[in-house]
Write a protein that binds this ligand. Sequence first.
Ligand code: HEC
Length: 136
Amino acid sequence: MTIFRSLACAALMVTAAPLLQAQAALKSGEQVYRETCMACHGPGLANAPRMGDTKAWAKLIGEGQSVLTAHGWVGVRAMPPKGGRNDLSLEEFARALAWMVRNSGGKWQDPDARMMDSIRAEERKRIEQLKKTGKG
Ligand code: HEC
């Protein structure tokens, strides 16, 4: 179910990408963090890496922006796909993660078009991997 939802969502985003209006309506990373991620990544719920915990984030940041964003988006262990928010776009999710990283010792920026392509490529790889192995 999750896989199909992600695929459908990816297809939607490809269609919507050239629409500048849609781009302008995107939420900021901080806004998405406050609305969604903070509930778990603020207090460290269920072992979520806490925002500001540079030690916990160092290893994750080392995975690279495209890989970590895609894995979080698809879902990994106790991290729910899309942070449990099906109305978020991949770009908004990516912005929220970049914002958490900037506040946790890293320097990631809001993704540009090239980074978004690279995140989508990692998303496809992750989905393939999950299909083959049944786990991440
Ligand atoms: C319902 C709680 C919850 C919400 C909401 C949530 N997360 Fe998480 N997140 C987790 C937990 C728990 C982990 C640790 C997963 C593990 O290692 O088992 C995690 C881990 C992660 C990771 C690391 C994934 C990895 O590869 O180890 C990223 C990236 C992440 N979250 C991003 C986000 C972003 C961005 C948001 C908001 C859009 C968000 N999360 C919202 C619970 C949450």
